[in-house]
Design a protein around this ligand. Structure first.
Ligand SMILES: NC(=O)c1ccc[n+]([C@@H]2O[C@H](COP(=O)([O-])OP(=O)(O)OC[C@H]3O[C@@H](n4cnc5c(N)ncnc54)[C@H](OP(=O)(O)O)[C@@H]3O)[C@@H](O)[C@H]2O)c1
Length: 392
């Protein structure tokens, strides 16, 4: 039996279009024979015409309703799950709107502006028995799944250090200007929440998520460097140093050992300046028996290299370096893997995804809260608020 997930798209911006185009690709091309995605409705906060335009541009087949308000979208009985694709400033209000209307939600990253907002969403979703997940698509890539498996199997030994960078080499003044959502404080702009979340995703999915659930511990120390964008005061260059009171794959093994990570992000610097891999891997996961290097970009990994440690006295040519490419069926962007996961959770009656549990999204959000606190980076009160409904 093929399960049909009926999507409602909340917002008509850049990532909503990319997500919808991926949703509409043939699931069989990626071996997902058990599920089917349909887009049943699209809403724009500006006008019904804008939603209609989006439906035409992305080629959504009928029946698909167009709405000029998010309220109408969440009331549509033909929709099971809402994809929230507004700026992060609006995620809390928009996700609450959908949950209150009894809809499941897949919400773009970062989930909210702060951890307390997310705790409210978690509680409401649980109380209403609705599925809720942060759209951290990177975690569902085949290479991410393989890397977590390699770590769990101890292929690189005890993992003690991870470095992860997600820097995009932009010129904020010329490329965007001060009102753009990437630097606009009213829209929760800044490198950390938008891009640094991927560096932290690599840290968490390797050092934290690879442990059995009952052995996962949040970072015991967090320190940070933050440089601010002169135009607005949003962070433009941020580095976070994290200590975990655990090592992976099994914390039981060495109870007193710690591991650490360096997660960096920058608007102006580039992880891969010449786009030819000259700069080396964006992510390094280092263990006592070798390391895994991930070719960026951090949000859309193209592949990885597994380099075993050459034992002392051994011929360096005696170890085999493994290169793995990420498959992109149909040249898609890669957002369908997270959508497939959401659909399977709905089918199986699961309220969370085990690969991106709400508890872990909250831990990650707490790290970002702490970095912002250390830097004195405060957003306007109304977008930090847990009050609902608020007119933003
Ligand atoms: N997963 C990824 O790879 C990825 C990539 C890019 C962005 N994102 C995330 O997706 C979210 C949206 O990013 P985006 O690049 O799609 O942004 P965008 O192109 O600016 O689109 C945002 C959309 O949100 C709606 N919106 C509602 N209120 C708004 C307001 N006050 N200001 C601006 N837009 C408003 C608008 O659509 P309507 O009013 O027509 O509904 C707008 O088109 C962000 O949270 C971002 O972090 C994720």
């Amino acid at each position: 039996m093929v399960f049909e997930a009926r999507w409602g798209i909340l917002a008509t911006g850049g990532i909503a279009a990319t997500f919808v185009k991926d949703l509409l690709r043939d699931a069989k091309a990626r071996g997902a024979e058990d599920i089917k995605h349909t887009v049943r409705a699209v809403a724009s906060s500006s006008s019904k015409e804008r939603a209609e335009h989006f439906i035409n541009e992305t080629g959504i087949p009928g029946p698909c309703a167009a709405y000029g308000s998010y309220e109408e979208l969440v009331a549509d009985p033909n929709v099971d799950i809402i994809y929230v694709a507004t700026p992060h400033s609006h995620h809390f209000q928009n996700t609450m709107l959908a949950l209150e209307a009894g809809k499941h939600v897949l919400c773009e990253k970062p989930f909210t502006v702060n951890a307390e907002q997310l705790e409210v969403l978690r509680d409401v979703a649980r109380q209403k028995k609705l599925f809720l997940m942060e759209a951290v698509w990177t975690r569902y890539f085949p290479v991410s799944v393989q890397i977590r498996d390699l770590i769990r199997r101890g292929e690189i030994g005890e993992v003690l250090r991870v470095t992860a960078d997600n820097s995009v080499g932009a010129n904020p003044e010329e490329d965007w200007g001060d009102n753009h959502r990437m630097v606009n404080l009213d829209l929760a702009g800044g490198a950390l929440l938008d891009l640094g979340i991927y560096s932290l995703t690599w840290v968490f999915q390797t050092l934290y998520h690879t442990l059995p659930v009952d052995q996962r511990r949040p970072p015991s120390a967090i320190s940070s460097y933050v440089a601010k964008y002169p135009g607005t005061g949003a962070d433009e260059d941020t580095t976070v140093l994290l200590t975990f009171p655990t090592t992976t794959p099994t914390n039981n093994f060495k109870p007193n050992r710690t591991s650490h990570a360096v997660a960096s992000t920058s608007l102006r610097l580039a992880s891969n300046p010449d786009r030819r891999k000259t700069a080396g891997p964006a992510i390094r996961i280092q263990g006592t028996k070798g390391e895994i290097q991930v070719h960026g970009p951090a949000y859309r990994p193209e592949g990885f290299r597994l380099i075993p440690l050459v034992p002392k006295g051994a011929d360096p040519n005696s170890v085999e370096i493994k290169e793995v490419e990420n498959p992109f069926p149909d040249n898609g962007h890669g957002m369908y893997w997270e959508a497939d996961e959401a659909a399977r959770c709905l089918r199986d009656g699961k309220l969370e995804s085990e690969t991106m549990p709400l508890e872990e999204s909250i831990q990650l959000m707490r790290v970002m809260d702490e970095v912002r606190k250390q830097a004195g980076l405060v957003y306007p009160e109304k977008i930090e608020s847990r009050s609902y409904p608020l007119n933003l």
